[in-house]
Ligand binder design. Structure first.
Ligand code: X8Z
Ligand code: ZN
Length: 598
């Protein structure tokens, strides 16, 4: 028996499995349980270092995090390669599923060459760091604006010059990422190929318990289901923006990306006041309510926690309050992009967010806590099952809860004195559509772009051009007229998930799934009214239905989890369409005689 030296994992499994005879099912079980244990420990070390790096970006913390990430990834790659020894064996279902998940667990696979492996994790850490440190300094080092400040301009200013400046300024931060990004594509593809995938995109697509081409067809089908709604919203918003900004907004063409209230034009709720229906404005504004009540960051998080507790979930652990990062520190760079952590994969739950007192952040807090409550619900499963049914599920839970943030709910928790009457529903629905419907094509196009980048269909010299082609095709959005783009720019890198190697199709799926979950839970709670008026707040029946699904983690294919909560095995956009049906009708009336599409 030949034993490779210097790699503990390889030695162990070679001993266990034997190299020159057919391994047994018992050996497979021992192998996978051992892999789980080792990878859990390495993963926790890497997460700790990542936490420190993300809450204190320096060259040192970046280097340490990269090193520990590399160790954890390399061990996973190694185990995944070894596990192929057991291919073809008849295994019990739990071991078989674990074997499958082991091979699919990475979003970044490092090449086997140690130098290249190190280079890749270093580049990955530095791309995220560059994003986290990103600033626009229009008049020298004393004038720097970070993403939070620039986003505030995008959200609140109605001065086209100022909007253009903030937009252009932020998009400068990613220019230097381009060569590193191209190298990251090359190296991560090598890693994925060594694991048997065509490229990194193919590796990402293989996580969905479906043949990859069937998954691609599902995405097309879902998009076709919701596209008419998006087209109606786009046409309506474009015509209202044209009233405001005149010829800056074309009558029939794509909308300039800096006029939609968000740095990436991914959700448009910040321009609600510009497009609000004259006679149906709901008459309250969550940001104003929170400010009136003098809510602070703790209160914001407490509102979210309290919602989950009302469903029957236990309070967050004390350590959550001690170890999280809730506010942007004044003295150092951090990755402000919100995220939820489970550092020990048991109950070291944390939130990392630079909370501001706005309605938008109120919803983001709910989004993040959805991750934390999911993480805790599956924490007793074997380590390889401690994840969501698919990644869209993880992204959908907190948003599902936030769909229950209705006026009646705000009255119940004392934030609002009196709920507006149902005649104001169109305003509320329009506000929600600016969040949820506007997001759909964005959610879809990011990885349409990245998958093509990974497959080589989009070469580095076309990164920016193809980015904007897809932005136009799916979103009907164009670069601002005053900011012509070229291949000097690298606009994809100005979006966190591209810089930080986070797959994005999950958010498109979550946008669809959360309405399916909301409809099912509203039903469990006995709500028979229109879906936008249902809140599951305080309803234990809905809570236990949700919890039963969360507790499954990824122990079963996602179709089983969906069936558990929603009684169907198919992702389906009828729930989101039902939810917005009254708005679709209203939009189509407003759009009479106006151009639709671009
Ligand atoms: O990244 C997030 C969360 C953390 S998982 C704040 N979201 C996407 C984004 O900001 O682009 C939530 C919605 C889409
Ligand atoms: Zn999330």
């Amino acid at each position: 028996m030949k034993i490779r030296a210097a790699c503990g994992a390889a030695v162990l499994s070679a001993l266990l499995a034997g190299a020159d005879r057919k391994p047994t099912a018992d050996e497979a079980r021992t192998f996978i349980n051992d892999a789980e244990r080792k990878l859990l420990a390495l993963g926790v070390d890497a997460q700790r270092a990542d936490w420190i790096k993300s809450t204190y970006i320096t060259d040192d913390t970046e280097a340490v995090a990269a090193r520990l990430d590399e160790r954890a990834i390399a061990a996973t790659v190694d185990y995944a390669k070894q596990s192929t020894r057991f291919d073809g064996l008849t295994l019990d279902p739990v071991t078989a599923r674990k074997m499958k998940l082991l091979k699919l667990s990475l979003t970044l696979a490092t090449p086997s060459d140690p130098k290249e492996s190190e280079e890749l994790t270093r580049i990955a850490a530095s791309l995220e760091g560059t994003y986290g440190k990103g600033k626009y300094c229009p008049r020298g080092p004393e004038s720097c604006l970070d993403l939070e400040a620039l986003s505030k301009i995008l959200a609140e200013s109605r001065d086209p010059k100022q909007l253009l400046d903030a937009w252009t300024g932020w998009h400068l931060i990613s220019r230097p990422m381009r060569p590193d990004f191209a190298r990251y594509v090359e190296l991560s593809n090598q890693g994925a190929q060594q694991l048997g995938f065509a490229d990194t995109g193919a590796m990402w697509r293989s996580k969905y318990d479906m043949p990859p081409d069937a998954f691609a067809r599902e995405l097309d089908r879902l998009w076709e289901q919701v596209r008419p709604l998006y087209l109606s919203l786009h046409a309506y918003v474009r015509s209202r923006l044209r009233e405001k900004y005149g010829n800056l907004v074309p009558a029939r063409g794509p909308i300039p990306a800096d006029l939609l209230g968000n740095m990436w034009a991914q959700d448009w709720d910040n321009i609600y006041p510009l497009v609000a229906p004259a006679n149906a404005d709901p008459g309250y504004d969550l940001t104003a309510l929170l400010k009136q009540r003098r809510a602070d960051w703790k209160q914001m998080v407490k509102y979210g926690e309290n919602f989950f507790v009302s469903l029957g979930f236990p309070l967050l652990p004390q350590t959550f309050w001690e170890r999280s990062l809730f506010l942007k520190p004044r003295d150092r760079d951090v990755v402000c992009h919100a995220s939820a952590w489970d550092v020990d994969n048991v109950d070291d739950l944390r939130l990392k967010m630079c909370i501001e007192i706005t309605g938008e952040d109120f919803l983001v807090v709910h989004h993040e806590l959805g991750h934390n409550f999911y993480q805790r619900a599956y924490n007793e499963l074997p380590p390889l099952f401690r994840d969501s049914a698919n990644d869209g599920f993880h992204e959908a839970i907190g948003d599902t809860i936030a769909l229950s943030v209705t006026p009646q709910y705000l009255v119940k928790i004392g934030l609002l004195d009196k709920a507006p009457d149902p005649s104001k529903d169109i305003g509320l629905l329009l506000h929600r559509a600016l969040e949820k419907i506007a997001f759909l094509p964005f959610g879809l196009m990011i990885d349409e772009w990245r998958w093509k980048v990974f497959s080589g269909e989009i070469p580095p010299e076309k990164y920016n051009e193809t980015w904007w082609q897809l932005r136009e095709k799916y979103q009907g959005v164009a670069p601002p007229a005053g900011a012509p783009r070229s291949e000097k720019d690298f606009d994809p890198g100005a979006k966190y998930h591209v810089a930080a190697n986070v797959p994005y199709m999950r958010y498109f799926l979550a946008d669809i799934l959360q309405f399916q979950f909301h409809r099912a839970l509203a039903q469990a709670a006995g709500c028979t009214g229109p879906l936008n008026r249902c809140s599951i707040y305080g309803n234990k029946a809905a809570g236990s239905r949700l919890n039963a699904m969360l507790q499954m983690g990824q122990s079963r294919p996602w179709q089983d989890a969906l069936e558990q909560i929603a009684g169907t095995r198919q992702m389906d956009a009828t729930a989101i369409r039902d939810y917005f049906a009254p708005l679709q009708k209203w939009l189509d009336e407003q759009n009479q005689g106006k151009p639709v599409g671009w």
